[in-house]
Design a protein around this ligand. Structure first.
Ligand SMILES: C[S@@+](CC[C@H](N)C(=O)[O-])C[C@H]1O[C@@H](n2cnc3c(N)ncnc32)[C@H](O)[C@@H]1O
Length: 243
């Protein structure tokens, strides 16, 4: 009986298209749904066991992300370790160069992926092309660094096929591309290489329709477990360890 009713309702909606009257509110509904998921997630994960956590703070201070990096690095001894660092969203290289300076191991490798022509789509108030920094701005003499220019969706396939050995080492993956599409794409491409102990940083985690949504869809669809170890700016920046 219940199934017949559901079938009838679905057929009715398909035939009439009546739900289109709510179309102007599509984005709002999506935001409300994802924001509520985010808030529930925060409630569950806002614990004293984190290395650092400033929830709730009324003031966002973007510089605090460097404190998160330092705390995670000290905790996991990432300053001396032979590190494979992969950053998605380099822009002018602020976070990229922080990690490079912090790590003194000559065997480490640092890969920075970016269009270097800005965001490939609008992101909130930022328009497509925002945050463009030419790749020359991020050049360095340190031969441990390699920049991969282009949209991730075009460059990652080749990168993966030529760096399989490196990708199977312990990794720090830094997701700072802001967009849902970019973040979910990168996570799903790197899925086969994820290992217990790999570190994953998100730079805009608490943005409900973007990085948070990518995290949620990825962990639920690929059955990947990650342990939250640190957070700053009300979970805007987060650090996880793959379990
Ligand atoms: C917030 S900025 C990165 C900031 C940087 N990590 C820092 O600390 O200064 C986001 C960057 O992601 C890049 N980006 C987003 N989606 C991308 C994609 N699909 N492919 C390549 N680059 C992308 C944009 O070009 C932009 O430079």
């Amino acid at each position: 009986m219940k199934l017949r009713l559901i079938k009838f309702l679905k057929d009715f909606l398909l035939f009439t298209g009546i739900l289109r009257i709510f179309s102007p509110f599509n984005r709002l509904f999506l935001f409300i749904r994802n924001f509520n998921e985010l808030k529930s997630w925060i409630k569950k994960n806002n614990t004293d066991s984190l290395l650092i956590n400033d929830y709730y703070t009324p003031k966002r201070d973007y510089q605090k992300r460097f404190l998160l990096y330092k705390t995670v690095s000290d905790h996991l001894s990432l300053d001396k370790t032979d590190l494979v660092y992969l950053e998605f969203g380099v822009a002018s290289g602020q976070s990229f160069f922080w990690w490079m300076k912090n790590n003194t191991n000559r065997c480490s490798k640092f890969f920075g992926f970016d269009t270097f022509e800005g965001l490939p789509e609008d992101w909130g108030g930022y328009k497509k092309g925002a945050m463009a920094h030419g790749e020359n701005e991020v050049s360095t003499d340190d031969d441990r660094a390699e920049f991969v220019k282009g949209i991730f969706q075009d460059t990652m396939d080749k990168f993966i096929s030529t760096h399989r050995e490196i990708l199977s080492k312990p990794k720090l993956i830094h997701l700072d591309a802001d967009l849902f599409s970019s973040t979910i794409f990168v996570l799903s491409q790197l899925y086969p290489f994820l290992q217990k102990g790999d570190v994953i940083l998100f730079d805009e985690f608490n943005v409900a329709n973007h990085e948070f949504l990518a995290y949620k869809i990825f962990t639920e669809s690929f059955y990947v477990k990650m342990k939250l170890i640190a957070a700053q700016n009300n979970f805007y920046q987060t650090a996880f360890v793959v379990e």
